[in-house]
Ligand binder design. Structure first.
Ligand code: CMP
Length: 139
């Protein structure tokens, strides 16, 4: 299996609720190694730029308001099959549909306030890593 890098964001709801340590523990237990991290307070414009692919959808306005509502922690994670592994440990977008033991099942409160983001493909990982960490190369 290939060593990949992927982008996660610990979202404002999870930072506010004090779940940063719990979530990092799950990443590390899943052999997802943190290779870059920042604490950011996104402006509305920065949140809109990150989620540009969702512009025009019904939830775009609310999502970008939520993502700019407080501190968040974007991180680059590295590991075997990291993109798929991260998505597995995050669980389904809607916590109501997330598998037991996943981050969203454990800590998320709604489809919007769902604690974590994870890149869904190598192309999106490249864009998203570059968005927050312009100096970090994909391996
Ligand atoms: P994320 O994995 O960051 O990708 C896009 C985000 O939009 C998603 O997590 C949710 O936070 C949010 N989202 C997706 N679908 C909906 C929806 N139907 N209603 C509200 N928010 C949504």
């Amino acid at each position: 299996m290939a060593i990949e890098r992927t982008l996660t964001i610990i979202k404002p709801d999870a930072v506010k609720a004090g779940h940063v340590g719990d979530i990092i523990k799950i990443f590390e237990a899943s052999r997802l190694k943190i290779v870059a991290a920042r604490l950011v307070s996104l402006s509305k414009k920065e949140a809109e730029g990150f989620y540009a692919v969702h512009r025009g959808k019904g939830f775009f306005e609310s999502l970008t308001t939520f993502m700019s509502s407080g501190p968040a922690i974007p991180m680059v994670l590295e590991g075997e099959n990291a993109i798929a592994s991260l998505r597995e440990v995050m669980g389904a977008t809607n916590p109501a549909n997330a598998a037991p033991g996943t981050i969203r099942k454990l800590y998320a409160s709604s489809i919007e306030s769902n604690c974590v983001h994870g890149s869904d493909a190598p192309e999106t990982a490249a864009f998203e890593i570059g968005y927050f960490f312009p100096g970090v190369d994909l391996v």
